[in-house]
Design a protein around this ligand. Structure first.
Ligand code: D5M
Ligand code: FE
Ligand code: ZN
Length: 489
């Protein structure tokens, strides 16, 4: 009976709190009550709670409310109401190491990108200058006068292929500009040069100093580390991305299954932190024709629905929410945390951070970034695609930059400091945006793409993108073990 009642709700796209399901199943007239709720399309709330069920149960004078059922098979059930004493010490908390929230310097309508690119160049040049191969790095104006073994760092203005299959990169620093010729087959395969990335060049100049022939190209990259050395923490962090509440492709049944699991499964009692890397809601007016794909067409109501379903989480989980390109905050990156009129809708325990954000949790550094720039990485390099976003994430780490390309799909804000430079090497690097679930590792850093809670949209079908939704990647903060829990049908 439970299954058929749940599928009645599912068909109508009605969200149910797990406690509401329990309350409903405890009624002698569960089916009748469900029907009353479903038929009351005008008054019923966005997400059905236990209290709502009681209200609708009361509407039928014959329905007697049985005492709440105690789960017998799950004696270890840990809900706020049944287990006030927790097994663990209180969480150490989430410390934001860096994000743009409250630090934005973009004022009025003065749009000046010079400071942003200067800061990017200076920071990345400093990293490059520490590379052994680039010892003796010189400004371009001086370097190009040398004939051989010249070394410089510059920002890429443009790159193009010649008809013979060579590549010409136009580079610049504060002193000069130069053309760098990369001969076909001379550098590693899978090499893509992105506009506005910072490179170190080792090469030899032509006689007139007009062209530098590259011998090697050096990127800042992250140092090789031994990964997450066990630190004694017994906490697990779960990553839940791209919920897209409000979309008619939101996976409510899978979500309900996830929440029920959170409240019952012994593994879930170790989840002390849940990070949500953006696209919390579907938003409105994000793309043409979106109104036809919305179940909730008011953005505040979308956040209210999210606030409601997050209340169902066990209270030992610290939730951290970050915006993405569907959320109600400026689109240009770095994005600040959601504004107070929205955060006020949520339980005060929910923590709101910007995109990107560096956090420290129980001795581990986590870099969370929604991942919009994966669109630019994928269109700029032949070996990158929507099935394997972890490869684009590696390219970000090599470049020590989350979104190097300016003027394509990722809008950037003219901040005076470049918050998209990866100047802190994380233990865990998480993105969302592409709606697949991937775990990988690069130079000791755990890489995660954190799935989604939306089935394939018409846009994704058109672009042949196959999502892998309703998965929750997890990392044990003590041991570094990574795994995925699946709630897909
Ligand atoms: O992004 C959902 C999916 O759509 C994700 O795989 C990225 C892809 N996407 C989004 N924008 C673009 C553009 N401009 N080109 C190609 N692919 C794109 P979401 O942010 O949830 O809408
Ligand atoms: Fe998304
Ligand atoms: Zn997105």
């Amino acid at each position: 009976m439970k299954k058929s009642i749940l599928s009645m709700f599912g068909e109508k796209g009605i969200l149910l709190d797990p406690k509401a399901i329990d309350a409903l199943m405890g009624l002698s007239d569960a089916e009748g009550c469900a029907e009353r709720i479903i038929n009351d399309s005008k008054n019923r709330p966005l997400v059905l709670t236990e209290e709502d069920v009681a209200k609708y149960a009361g509407a039928n004078p014959d329905a007697a409310v049985k005492p709440a059922r105690m789960p017998s098979a799950h004696t270890g059930l840990r809900t706020p109401s049944t287990t006030p004493v927790k097994q663990h010490a209180p969480p150490h908390g989430v410390k934001v190491l860096k994000d743009i929230t409250g630090n934005s310097t973009c004022v009025g309508n003065v749009i000046d990108f010079a400071k942003l690119f200067n800061d990017r160049y200076t920071t990345l040049r400093k990293m490059l200058s520490k590379r052994r191969e680039l010892a003796g790095l010189m400004p371009i104006a001086r370097a190009r006068k040398l004939e051989r073994d010249l070394r410089f760092a510059g920002i890429v203005n443009d790159s193009r292929s010649t008809k013979n299959g060579h590549t010409i990169i136009e580079m610049e620093d504060e002193t000069d500009k130069v053309q760098v010729l990369v001969l076909k087959g001379s550098i590693r395969d899978n090499e893509a040069f992105f506009k506005d990335e910072v490179l170190g060049i080792i090469g030899a100049a032509s006689k007139d100093g007009e062209i530098v022939i590259a011998k090697d190209i050096i990127r800042p990259d992250v140092p090789l580390t031994s990964g997450m050395v066990p630190n004694g923490s017994d906490s697990v962090v779960a990553f839940v991305s791209d919920i897209h509440i409000g979309s008619n492709t939101f996976l409510d049944k899978e979500w309900a299954r996830f929440v029920a699991w959170l409240r019952k499964d012994p593994v879930a009692k170790d989840i002390r932190y849940m990070i949500m890397p953006g696209d919390l809601v579907d938003g409105i007016g994000i793309y043409p024709g979106q109104e036809d794909e919305l179940r909730i067409d008011d953005v505040y109501a979308q956040y209210a629905a999210l606030a409601e379903i997050v209340k169902d989480f066990p209270d030992w989980i610290q939730v951290v929410m970050m915006p993405g390109n569907h959320d109600a905050v400026r689109l240009a990156e770095p994005q600040p945390a959601l504004s107070k009129d929205i955060t006020d809708l949520f339980d005060p325990a929910v923590k709101f951070v910007g995109n990107p954000c560096y956090m420290e949790i129980e001795g581990r550094t986590i870099l969370a970034y929604h991942g919009k720039s994966i669109d630019d990485f994928n269109s700029g390099a032949r070996h990158l695609n929507y099935t394997n976003p972890q490869e684009a994430m590696k390219e970000m780490l090599k470049r020590r930059h989350l979104a190097p390309v300016y003027g394509e799909k990722t809008p950037l804000a003219p901040e005076q400091k470049d918050y998209l430079v990866i100047d802190i090497v994380p233990d865990i690097f998480v993105t969302g945006h592409v709606h697949v679930c991937k775990l990988d590792e690069y130079r000791g850093i755990k890489l995660i793409n954190a799935s989604a809670w939306q089935s394939q949209t018409p846009f994704q079908r058109m672009h042949n993108q196959m999502p892998d939704p309703a998965k929750v990647p997890m990392v044990h903060l003590g041991t570094g073990e990574c795994w995925v829990e699946s709630f897909s049908s």
